[in-house]
Design a binder for this molecule. Structure first.
Ligand SMILES: N[C@@H](CCC(=O)N[C@@H](CS)C(=O)NCC(=O)O)C(=O)O
Length: 210
């Protein structure tokens, strides 16, 4: 088994944090080109998925998509539960994790990939064909990201963690989004006291360095 990852990117970090929370030791290969925001040509040539994270199993099966990889490990190692221990928790966690990915990480990706020179022609990850940048999407992504910060700040007013009272994959995706947004110069707007309190708590967990 091998997890293909990329140190600087937010999506593979979701899986690395998950594995650290579970205490699972999985061989990890970084397939980024040092000093450049691109994946290694040999990885792109071998795997049509063209995205990381990617988990290659010993039987050759390849699992892409961060949450699909986490689900695989969750079924093998249910404790401690990070995707919900009962139907109610599982549904709330999936809801908030998906909101974090769609309203947070996706908005950030829109803002980032449609504005950086180094992503010209690669505005969407995972395609071999050229994907031109659309500057208006960068603007809309930044506006969506502000709404994401506000929505999650409001949710954290009444809850210790994103999906309720326990740490879950919803916190992992939210943390990777908030940190990468900060790195891109699109950090939390003024205020957001609840999001800041939560960020301090989850960043103090040993897994946050993964
Ligand atoms: N929805 C996917 C997103 C995967 C994704 O977009 N990964 C980015 C890194 S954060 C990537 O592989 N980029 C490749 C590239 O930019 O060429 C997931 O959950 O894993």
């Amino acid at each position: 088994m091998r997890l293909y990852s990329w140190d600087i990117a937010p999506n593979p970090r979701r899986v690395r944090i998950y594995l650290a929370e579970k205490g699972l030791d999985v061989p990890i290969e970084d397939v980024g080109v040092p000093g450049k925001p691109v994946l290694r040509p040999d990885f792109l040539a071998k795997f049509g998925h063209r995205r990381v994270p990617l988990l290659e199993l010993d039987d050759g099966a390849c699992i892409g998509e961060a949450m699909a990889i986490c689900r695989y490990f969750e079924l093998l190692h249910p404790d401690p539960p990070l995707m919900g221990g009962d139907p109610r928790d599982a549904a709330l966690i999936e809801m908030w994790e998906r909101l974090a990915e769609w309203e947070g990480l996706h908005a950030l990706s829109e803002a980032f990939r449609n504005s950086r020179k180094s992503f010209a022609g690669r505005a969407l990850a995972g395609y071999g064909a050229p994907m031109p940048q659309i500057p208006a999407l960068a603007e809309r992504g930044a506006a969506r990201l502000k709404l994401f910060h506000d929505k999650f700040d409001a949710q954290l007013e009444d809850h210790e963690f994103v999906a309720g009272e326990g740490y879950s994959v919803a916190d992992i995706t939210t943390l990777c989004t908030v940190d990468f947004a900060e790195f891109c110069g699109l950090g939390m707007p003024d205020g957001c006291a609840n999001l800041r309190r939560w960020h301090e708590t989850v960043s103090a967990r040993p897994s946050a360095t993964a």
